[in-house]
Design a protein. Sequence first.
Length: 188
Amino acid sequence: MPRLQIIIASTRPGRVGLPVGRWFEGRARAHGGFDVEVVDLAELGLPFVDEPNHPRLRQYTQEHTKQWSAKVDAADAFAFVMPEYNYGFNAPLKNAIDFLHQEWQYKPVGFVSYGGISAGTRAVQMIKQVVTTLNMFALNEAVSIPFVAQFIDDEGEIDANETMEKAADALLAGLLRMSGALAGLRSE
Ligand SMILES: Cc1cc2nc3c(=O)[nH]c(=O)nc-3n(C[C@H](O)[C@H](O)[C@H](O)COP(=O)(O)O)c2cc1C
């Protein structure tokens, strides 16, 4: 089974990203087509990029970079669970992306974004130019959650509506399809 890595991008204490990520993880496991792994950037705790060489050379000097490289290398598809900060995507996600190069190539990425009225869509538009530079395939199918606070229940979990559930399933179907389609390019 292809490995889907769900990357929780927000590192803030009290972040909404964690319950959103947990909800999407549940949906991904129920889908059944992936070996699902959650990567929480807050837990990963990467520093600002501290490598002397361009990542395409893969001459990593830091243990945390080697571990991050191995993790991303093992993934076949990604879902970025991401907030919108100041009309853009958040800095820890950009930093985590910039650490690596080949590890991202020819892999599909889907976006589960959230925010206020924009549902994080401005952040998604912004990140598309970054991921396509790395030859990732950015799916058009997406989960876009507007006014995300309204979906948080008394236990602090996401109480999703039908629109969100259908969007998540469409995104997972797209990721599975593209992961298979791009597999040949990854093995070259
Ligand atoms: C620094 C900062 C900037 C924000 N900028 C935006 C924004 O541009 N658009 C938006 O819809 N929400 C914005 N918000 C509100 C966030 O969508 C909301 O706080 C959300 O919970 C952040 O995700 P997180 O809790 O997972 O970190 C911003 C929040 C923060 C902390």
